[in-house]
Design a protein around this ligand. Structure first.
Ligand code: ZN
Length: 237
């Protein structure tokens, strides 16, 4: 963050790459999780993703553990602005960069290498401080309030289901350890192994969208035998 040349490279690549991240479509898995919440099966959804797709799919009880890629804030005065507004302003300031095309890395960066020295980075409109996406990066810590909110969700839950995550990042894995210590049953649904496999009562190594859609279908068929309001699962997708 302290290096202007690093920030120039970061924002120039983000200007190109963020378009793909913000255009990412809601998947069947997002929709199935939102439906499960409406049916009373999900007490708290905790996501490590920063793309807000769970909210776009209709989930309301969401904690964005690693923040939001669609917001930026000032490191000095905490001024906040929408990311698309910052990008629009930087596109205006950098016409030579605004229309570049590149492949996309999974984190929203563009796969782009060039001379970034002429790129102009937008500073805080209020105090000229450094603007940074409201995302927890490697080396950052999850804000304590957010972590506590997830822990409270865990207290209200009767089980934990992890979906589509290897849990290699400690910020998500910690909740599995806490749930296990509380005696809650854990299950995972993902294609690969997870860091918490030793804690799991049940593991499904399978593609997540068809399994969640099938589970939803079965639960809808049994809707009359379920008890609405019975707290369901906390999730760590
Ligand atoms: Zn500021």
């Amino acid at each position: 963050m302290a290096s202007l040349s690093v920030r120039k490279r970061y924002w120039a690549r983000a200007l190109v790459g963020f378009r793909a991240l913000s255009d990412a479509p809601v998947s069947g898995a997002h929709r199935a999780l939102a439906a499960l919440e409406r049916m009373g099966y999900i007490e708290q959804l905790v996501t490590q993703n920063v793309d807000r797709l769970h909210q776009r799919a209709g989930s309301q009880r969401v904690i964005d553990l690693h923040g939001r890629a669609d917001l930026v804030s000032c490191m000095s005065c905490r001024y906040r602005m929408m990311r698309h507004a910052m990008h629009a302003e930087m596109a205006r300031m950098n016409p030579a960069f605004a229309h570049l095309q590149a492949g996309h890395a999974p984190d929203g960066d563009a796969d782009l290498e060039m001379d970034f020295s002429t790129f102009k980075v937008l500073d805080c409109p209020r105090c000229s401080g450094i603007l940074k996406p409201e995302v927890v990066y490697y080396g950052d810590v999850v804000p304590a309030k957010r972590r506590q909110a997830a822990e409270e969700g865990l207290q209200r839950s009767q089980a934990v289901l992890t979906v589509g995550t290897s849990l290699m990042v400690f910020s998500g894995y910690r909740f599995c350890r806490q749930a296990h210590a509380q005696g809650l049953p854990l299950a995972s649904l993902s294609l690969g192994v997870t860091r918490a496999d030793g804690l799991m009562a049940q593991r499904w190594q399978a593609p997540i969208t068809p399994v969640l859609e099938h589970a939803l279908h079965c639960l809808q068929g049994n809707a009359r035998s379920t008890r609405p309001g019975d707290p369901g699962v906390a999730l760590v997708p």
